[in-house]
Design a protein around this ligand. Sequence first.
Ligand code: K1U
Ligand code: ZN
Length: 172
Amino acid sequence: MAVRPILTVPDPVLKQVSTPVESVDDELRALMDDMLDTMYAAPGIGLAAVQVGAPIRVIVMDLAREDEPPQPRYFVNPEITWASEEMAVREEGCLSVPEIYDEVERPARVGLKYQDYTGAQIEEDAEGLLAVCIQHEMDHLNGVLFIDHLSRLKRSRAIAKVKKAAKDAQAA
Ligand code: K1U
Ligand code: ZN
């Protein structure tokens, strides 16, 4: 297992629409293991494959609190089957837009269909942090970042800030 570099804005790969996974095999599980290591090292609570440069429809997540044992979750070819009319606003961050946090409004509850680590087909309903995180990660699969939900001014300021931080880090 390995920690991979996480792409940051404005890397054009992050704008790609990820392609469906054909089969859940050992090669895919190795990628998901690396993604989980990468997410824990960041640290973060979710990660889409495109963020490590693999534009396929795979997400990993762990929403366990620090005082709880790890609860890794794997979503292959996830689909949202329904979304509530009720909306909820929550502050989001993104490992591809480091150090930027802002509020995003999304459906409060969604229905999910996906394959897990073994390839089994799962259906479940999501609310709270799971609903927020899965919608954020599924946006990644469609080339959308949480800053795309903000005003143009906030988005361009966020990208400029990340670019400057990357430049400063390279100079140091
Ligand atoms: O880049 C990503 O997609 C991961 C992102 C997921 C996310 C966070 C908040 C709302 C929606 C989606 C992150 O994990 S950002 C880091 C973060 O939230 C966090 C880091 C350490 C401890 C707790 C949270
Ligand atoms: Zn993100």
